[in-house]
Design a binder for this molecule. Structure first.
Ligand SMILES: COC(=O)c1ccnc(N)c1
Length: 250
């Protein structure tokens, strides 16, 4: 997968060079390129923004530099498999399922905006050439979309084959939200490791029983319990077929 990020703060994306995403890039699984938006400006001040039409506070990012950047990174005729991702608080929620969908793309271009956002006409023109996803990482406003790009690249990148070692395989995501396996759509329950007794607190005996069927049932019950307590909306969203009769009895 090729990833292009266009930003006026390239240094914000430096963390992409470390940890698993950095390893994936080194291994050639991810081909990540960060670009300075001002590369595609031509005036003396490298202007990327201007005052909002119709008045109002702040500044709006001009469409021209973004359009030139997108055209350079996705030349006409090479749109197949390319998707433009625009991080914005007014986008649809970025979820594990969205990450799994984006992981199927061959080319992602991220357009993190600063200020009050990007002139709408850029989004509309881009949507005539390739799928455009306006995505939010949560219900809060950031100074810029770069942090959201880091979140999305990590969530998507870790799903690509070969990025995670077997030990951390994404198909058994241990922090919930995986849409695979028996925990599909549930939050993960509590996890434990050695010692069996710490601070006078015992590991649940079932986990030491060696009975894998009973352990799997206990883990699913705990996942259901935590999901019902923390995110009852996820229970509502569950496919009824995914709940067996024991679940329904709960
Ligand atoms: C400027 O971008 C944001 O403020 C932003 C982007 C993505 N998700 C959010 N919740 C905020």
């Amino acid at each position: 997968m090729r990833i292009d990020v266009v930003t006026i703060f390239p240094e914000y994306l430096a963390p992409l060079d470390v940890s698993l995403i950095g390893k994936a890039a080194t291994a050639g699984i991810l081909d990540i390129h960060v670009h300075e938006l001002r590369t595609w400006t031509h005036d003396r001040h490298n202007t990327v923004d201007d005052s909002p039409c119709g008045g109002g506070p702040g500044m709006v990012m001009k469409p021209e530099p973004w359009w030139e950047a997108l055209t350079a990174l996705v030349p006409p005729g090479s749109e197949d498999g390319a998707r433009l991702i625009v991080p914005t608080p007014s986008g649809r929620p970025f979820t594990q399922r969205v990450a799994e969908d984006l992981a199927t793309a061959s080319h992602l271009v991220f357009a993190p905006a600063r200020y009050e956002g990007i002139d709408r006409r850029f989004i509309e023109a881009a949507a005539e050439r390739m799928p455009v996803e306006e995505l939010s990482i949560g219900d809060y406003v950031l100074a810029g979309g770069e942090v959201a790009v880091l979140v999305m690249v990590e969530a998507v990148g870790r799903l690509l084959p070969g990025v995670l070692g077997n030990a951390e395989s994404a198909k058994d995501d241990s922090f919930g939200h995986s849409s695979q396996g028996g925990m599909a759509g549930l939050l993960e329950g509590p996890v434990y490791t050695k010692p069996a007794n710490w601070d006078g607190r015992e590991v649940p005996p079932v986990l030491l029983s060696g009975n894998h069927a009973v352990i799997a049932r206990w883990r699913r019950d705990e996942a259901l319990r935590r999901t019902a307590q923390t995110r009852p909306d996820l229970i509502e969203a569950l496919d009824p077929a995914a709940l067996d009769k024991k679940d329904r009895a709960q």
